[in-house]
Design a protein around this ligand. Structure first.
Ligand code: ADP
Ligand code: MG
Length: 259
């Protein structure tokens, strides 16, 4: 079950071990495309790190390598002190410690909202039906979807489906949440409700890695900003000056196009 350390408040009492430690990540697809080239990324507990960069720069591949959805060619990934290696036990643990939310919501269409959320806690975390139900109710309340518990995904708007998808990821009690353009597929009027849920999580101290094109949101929640291009981390910034006075010309050029 949960290690209490995952929910420890940030600051002095924390063990100090990073939640994510990735070193020298390289990934080349069979078609010859080099998607990642020597990427280093360390994410501390309770940090919200925003990853930006042009399309094709390797942002999605990076997130997928961090939870083992994609194998790396070289480098190392350690999640909450668990190495992502050949050991299937480690891989399973990491899948449960790393929650992921995608651009497409991928809820199970044939299952009600409630079942979508309770499935993994019951199967993977071995929760009882009653425990899983209690957790599901708590999470739906958190994302403002309590009234849609018995609905099927197809009966919900995109924004509602994405909020359920976030609740489903949280149901594993992950140590870190990865968001890959979670609002990019949404109609404009639904973006805000999903960003609000993400802001709440950040405020509660959830460790998050967020790929987004929503720059206002990024500036508001980000503790650190990472700019990627051509499979590499070009530049990192710790404060909001990153957006107005980046050190590297490539970053400046990218920001000038999107801001
Ligand atoms: P981003 O998320 O920043 O847009 P991606 O990580 O999706 O970038 O892609 C990085 C590069 O890897 C791109 O050139 C993309 O075309 C390529 N790529 C991504 N997934 C695959 C795949 N499964 N097979 C081959 N090439 C891929
Ligand atoms: Mg992507």
């Amino acid at each position: 079950m949960d290690s209490p350390a995952h929910h420890a408040p940030c600051g002095a009492s924390s063990t100090g071990a990073p939640i994510i430690e990735a070193h020298g990540l390289s990934k080349r697809f069979p078609n010859g495309v080099v998607a990642l080239e020597g990427v280093d990324l360390t994410i501390e507990r309770c940090e919200v790190v925003v990853v930006i960069g042009p399309s094709g720069s390797g942002k999605s591949t990076l997130l997928r390598c961090l939870n083992g959805l994609e194998d790396i060619d070289s480098g190392s990934v350690v999640i909450d002190r668990i190495p992502l290696d050949e050991n299937p036990q480690h891989r399973l643990q990491i899948r449960t410690e790393v929650g992921m939310v995608f651009q497409s919501f991928n809820l199970f269409p044939h299952l009600r909202v409630s079942e979508n959320i309770m499935l993994a806690p019951k199967r993977v975390r071995k929760m009882s039906q009653a425990q899983a139900r209690e957790l599901m109710e708590e999470l739906l309340q958190k994302v403002g979807m309590s009234d849609k518990m018995e609905a099927f995904p197809g009966q919900l708007s995109g924004g509602q489906q994405q909020r359920v998808a976030i609740a489903r990821a949280l149901a594993m009690r992950p140590a870190v949440m990865l968001f890959d353009e979670a609002t990019s597929a949404l109609d404009p009027e639904m973006i805000g409700e999903v960003l609000e849920v993400m802001k709440d999580l950040a405020r509660e101290g959830m460790t998050m890695v967020v790929v987004t094109h929503e720059m206002g949101f990024a500036r508001e929640v980000g503790d650190r900003f990472v700019f990627m291009e051509d499979g590499q981390v070009v530049e990192e910034g710790r404060n909001r000056e990153f957006f107005t006075q980046p050190a590297k010309e490539r970053t400046r050029l990218f920001l000038s196009k999107i801001l």
